[in-house]
Design a protein around this ligand. Structure first.
Ligand code: 5GP
Length: 191
């Protein structure tokens, strides 16, 4: 997606060659116009995939997921929590590793929003090693629901999450910008 790539080139900052900071339009300040274009592109790419609901992880996946769910497809949006609220009932949990924070954390989801056989699309800001997506697959399978698509705003193609997810059967993976390498602060895209 050209507008996204141009924005990454203009404002993205790389840390230690493998973490990209895009706080000016995705991870802290949100550019709603660009987010809307991102959601439209997801809508287009998943137009031939049958799904019931959208799932994401708090916090940075919520903006593109809500744009996709509310403005375009009218699908419910569920965000998985990174802490377990004491009021949450009938909870499904899994543990994932955070690449950026270098620690494990729990993901929690209430079963009440998942029906067996529900088909989900997972939307997230970044794909690195695929830990978050594999955590979502685990949570959904605990509820006997299915992941049929993964929509990623920025995939870091030099980490192996994309390869792992594309090896899974029956999951469509769509990344709007795939970064091949970050070399001396220069961002190089795959296509
Ligand atoms: P994964 O679970 O695929 O290993 O990593 C994806 C998650 O880690 C995303 O939800 C995102 O929050 C975070 N993440 C991974 N790499 C980056 C990065 O380069 N920049 C930012 N801002 N977040 C990242």
């Amino acid at each position: 997606m050209e507008a996204l790539k141009q924005r990454i080139l203009k404002e993205g900052k790389s840390y230690s060659g493998d973490i990209l900071k895009v706080d000016g339009f995705i991870n802290h300040q949100i550019d709603p116009e660009l987010m809307y274009q991102i959601a439209r592109e997801f809508e287009r790419r998943f137009s031939d995939v049958a799904y019931d609901k959208i799932i994401t992880v708090e916090a940075s996946g919520i903006a593109p997921a809500v744009m996709l769910g509310l403005l375009l497809t009218k699908k419910p949006v569920i965000y998985v929590k990174k802490r377990l609220p004491s009021t949450m009932e009938d909870v499904l949990t899994t543990t994932v590793h955070s690449f950026t924070k270098n620690r494990d954390y729990p993901l929690s989801l209430s079963r009440q929003f998942i029906q067996p056989d529900d088909k989900f699309i997972f939307i997230d800001d970044f794909l690195a090693y695929g830990h978050a997506a594999l955590g979502i697959i685990d949570l959904l399978s605990q509820a006997k629901a299915k992941l049929v698509g993964v929509g990623i705003v920025i995939e870091k193609g030099f980490q192996n999450g994309g390869t792992i997810l594309r090896e899974q059967k029956n999951i469509r993976v769509e990344s709007l910008a795939i970064i091949k390498a970050i070399e001396e602060n220069k961002i190089i895209f795959s296509d």
